[in-house]
Design a protein around this ligand. Structure first.
Ligand SMILES: [Fe+2]
Ligand SMILES: [Fe+2]
Ligand SMILES: [Fe+2]
Length: 408
C-alpha cells in the first residue's frame, strides 16, 4: 500500500477541523495564512511548504470542543500550553511527521519568551508564524457567516492587522508582523479563505509540492497519531481506538487473514471513530439517555468517518470498512442500513471488536463489565442475528487474549 503524505495530512485535517464544530476549517485557514506570510519572508519553497503542513497539523493535540472554544475565543489562554505539548508528543511518536513536533510545541508561546528559550532561530520563527496565523484566525471569526466570508473583510482587515501589529515584540516577531502586513495588503490573502474556495486553494498547494509516498508502516504511524486525538476526546474512550484496532487485527489473523490486509484492517480500526471529533464531549460523557438532537450528533459520526477516510485512502476499502462499524446484519444499523450481503468481513470484524471493547470499558452510564458478562451480551446479539456468529465464535476461542487486548 502506498499513500500520499500531503493528501493524508490535508484530509485528516478535515477531522481535526471538526472539533471546532462552529469554526470549521480553522487548520486550513491557518495553513494558508502561514504559507502566504512565509512567502513574504522569502523563505525557500520547501520551507514555505513545511509551514502549510505545520498549519494544518498544529491543533492535533486538541480533541475537546470545550478546549477548542477556549483557544479560539481569547487571544491568550493559560491552558493553551497543554494542547501544544500533547500535539508535540503525538507528532514526535510518528516518524513521518516528527519534524513538525517542535513547531507545534511552541506554537502558543510569546515571541519575547521564545527569545529567552534556548531554541534554534528557524524554529522560533516557524512556531511564532503559526501562532500569528492562528491568532489572526481568532480575530477573523466575526467575518464568517455560515458558508461565506463577509465582503466587509476587504475594508475592515486593517483593524485585524493593527490588532496583531500592536503585539509585535511581545507576542509576535516584528519581522513576521511586517511580512504579515505585506501579505495582508492583497485582497487574495483574505479571499482565499472563503469557505467556497479554500479546498481548491489547498489543493493547488498540494499539486505544486513534491509528493511524498508513505509505505504501510508509515501509514499505520499516521493513523495511530490521529487515533490518539480521537481517544483523548473523553476519559471514557481512552485507548478505545487503539484497542479496537488490536482486537480486530488479532481476530482477523485468527480467521486466516494475513499480510498487508491485516495492516489495512488495523488502520480502519484505529480511525473508525474519527468522525466522533465532531461530537461535543458533553454528549459523549453524558451519563443519562441522550436527547433527539444529541442522538443525531452521535448517529452521523460513522458517516463523517467514511467521508474523511475516503479522501485519506483513495481507492482503498479502508473507508468503507470503517464507515460501516455501526451497521448490523439485520440491515437496521446506521448510517447505511446495509443488508448483511453488503457488509464485508472486515467491517464485521471491526464492529465486533468495537462492541467488545466498548462493553469491556467503563462508560459514563455504567461501570465496566466482566468478560463473562461481555460475551454473554455478545452471544445474545449474535443469536438475534445482529453480529457475525462466526466472529463471535472466534472471540470465544480467544477470549482471554481478546479481553486482555480490550482492557489489560
Ligand atoms: Fe489553532
Ligand atoms: Fe462508533
Ligand atoms: Fe468505536
Amino acid at each position: 500500500m502506498k499513500i500520499n503524505l500531503q493528501r493524508t495530512i490535508s484530509s485528516l485535517t478535515n477531522a481535526l477541523d471538526l472539533v471546532g464544530a462552529d469554526e470549521y476549517r480553522h487548520g486550513k485557514r491557518v495553513a494558508l495564512m502561514a504559507v502566504a506570510i512565509a512567502g513574504e519572508m522569502h523563505w525557500p519553497q520547501a520551507r514555505c511548504e513545511k509551514m502549510l503542513y505545520a498549519g494544518m497539523l498544529h491543533d492535533c493535540g486538541v480533541s475537546r470542543t470545550k478546549e477548542h472554544r477556549a483557544i479560539t475565543e481569547t487571544l491568550e489562554w493559560e491552558g493553551a500550553q497543554q494542547h501544544s505539548l500533547r500535539g508535540a508528543d503525538y507528532l514526535a511518536d510518528c516518524p513521518p511527521l516528527a519534524h513538525f513536533s517542535a513547531i507545534v510545541r511552541w506554537h502558543h508561546t510569546r515571541w519575547e519568551t521564545l527569545l529567552r528559550e534556548d531554541l534554534d532561530d528557524d524554529l522560533r520563527l516557524e512556531s511564532n508564524l503559526i501562532f500569528l496565523a492562528d491568532r489572526t484566525d481568532v480575530l477573523l471569526s466575526p467575518y464568517f457567516i455560515g458558508a461565506s466570508l463577509k465582503n466587509e473583510i476587504l475594508w475592515e482587515y486593517p483593524e485585524v492587522v493593527e490588532r496583531i501589529a500592536g503585539l509585535a515584540g511581545t507576542l509576535f516577531s516584528p519581522e513576521l508582523v511586517d511580512a504579515f502586513r505585506r501579505a495582508a495588503a492583497r485582497e487574495s490573502f483574505w479571499l482565499a479563505m472563503d469557505p467556497a474556495y479554500i479546498e481548491d486553494e489547498i489543493e493547488d498547494h498540494l499539486r505544486r509540492g513534491q509528493p511524498v509516498e508513505l509505505d504501510t508502516t508509515d501509514a499505520l504511524a499516521v493513523a495511530r497519531l490521529f487515533s490518539h486525538t480521537v481517544d483523548a476526546k473523553s476519559s471514557y474512550t481512552q485507548e478505545h481506538s487503539t484497542r479496537v484496532a488490536r482486537i480486530a487485527r488479532y481476530l482477523a489473523e485468527a480467521s486466516g487473514i494475513g499480510g498487508e490486509h491485516l495492516d489495512q484492517i488495523e488502520i480502519a480500526g484505529l480511525l473508525h471513530d474519527i468522525g466522533k471529533l465532531r461530537v461535543p464531549e458533553e454528549i459523549i460523557d453524558k451519563p443519562g439517555p441522550l436527547t433527539r438532537d444529541e442522538r443525531a450528533f452521535v448517529m452521523r459520526h460513522s458517516y463523517d468517518t467514511g467521508y474523511i477516510l475516503k479522501r485519506t485512502f483513495p481507492g482503498q476499502p479502508i473507508s468503507a470498512w470503517a464507515a460501516m462499524h455501526h451497521e448490523n446484519l439485520l440491515g437496521t444499523g446506521y448510517p447505511f442500513h446495509s443488508p448483511a450481503t453488503d457488509i464485508p468481513r472486515e467491517a464485521r470484524l471491526i464492529a465486533v471488536a468495537d462492541i467488545f471493547q466498548a462493553l469491556s470499558q467503563e462508560r459514563p452510564y455504567r461501570g465496566h463489565m466482566a468478560k463473562e458478562e461481555v460475551v454473554s451480551r455478545m452471544d445474545e446479539m449474535s443469536a438475534a442475528g445482529r453480529i457475525d456468529p462466526e466472529i463471535v465464535r472466534l472471540l470465544h476461542t480467544h477470549l482471554d487474549r481478546c479481553y486482555a487486548l480490550a482492557v489489560g
